[in-house]
Design a protein around this ligand. Structure first.
Ligand SMILES: Cc1ncc(COP(=O)(O)OP(=O)(O)O)c(N)n1
Ligand SMILES: Cc1ncsc1CCOP(=O)(O)O
Ligand SMILES: [Mg+2]
Length: 208
């Protein structure tokens, strides 16, 4: 597998957002450092998820950036994405690995060392770990684990750890110090007045 990008931009498809404009802006700054994860609302149809993924893939191709699909691995495969991301309500990691095959990029959500170890043993290529901080993007999450919680997972696995949840450029140094390989964001880029600038600040914090 080529090296994983360090900035994961998760599409924001809430009403009033323009996910493709945000992805376009982020790509002009982050290039191949960007992983775009296509995440749609649960109420979206597979056709909508597929169409958005195809459009994101077309944008990513010009920058050699990676495109993954959240939850819906059949959409990932049908659209030609590099892989997908699963959590507790999705296919189990071992089943997801069978769907994607040995070379697909497979992310799994984990919040603690035990489940993290199990996810890697079952075939996860990377882990999404959080929520690290309070987020308003997703409801129903457990309490934030903070950088110390990230460190506990990092110490338990040998795959890249992507910190998620309330991540901002200002919070990246502490997450990197805790061993995070990269970060995943929705709001920090999607709700920024200038998404390209917000992306640049995140990349700077991730690579300095
Ligand atoms: C990089 C990354 N980490 C965690 C998640 C969350 O996945 P999940 O727990 O399945 O929740 P939903 O995103 O499906 O609501 C993620 N998507 N990406
Ligand atoms: C999908 C998801 N899973 C844990 S936090 C989160 C949302 C992260 O969004 P933001 O970067 O706006 O906090
Ligand atoms: Mg999920």
């Amino acid at each position: 597998m080529p090296s994983l990008g360090r900035l994961h931009l998760i599409t924001d498809t809430r009403p009033g957002r323009d996910p493709l404009a945000v992805v376009r802006a982020a790509l002009t700054v982050a290039h191949a450092n960007l992983v775009v994860q296509v995440r749609v609302e649960d109420s979206a149809t597979d056709r909508e998820a597929y169409d958005l993924t195809r459009r994101v893939l077309a944008l990513c191709a010009s920058y050699q950036a990676t495109c993954l699909v959240n939850d819906r691995l059949h959409v990932a495969l049908a659209a030609g994405a590099a892989g997908g991301h699963v959590g507790a309500d999705d296919l189990p990691v071992a089943a997801a690995r069978r769907v994607l095959g040995p070379t697909g990029v497979l992310g799994a959500t984990a919040r603690a060392p035990g489940p993290a170890h199990e996810a890697v043993a079952a075939g996860a290529s990377y882990l999404g770990v959080g929520p690290c901080h309070t987020t308003s993007t997703k409801t129903g999450l457990p309490d934030p684990i903070g950088p110390a919680g990230v460190r506990a997972v990092v110490d338990a696995v040998d795959v890249p750890v992507i910190a998620i949840g309330g991540v901002t450029a200002a919070r990246v140094p502490a997450l990197r110090a805790a061993g995070a390989y990269g970060v995943a964001v929705v709001g920090a880029v999607s709700t920024a007045a200038d998404p390209a600038r917000a992306t640049a600040e995140l990349i700077e914090a991730l690579t300095c």
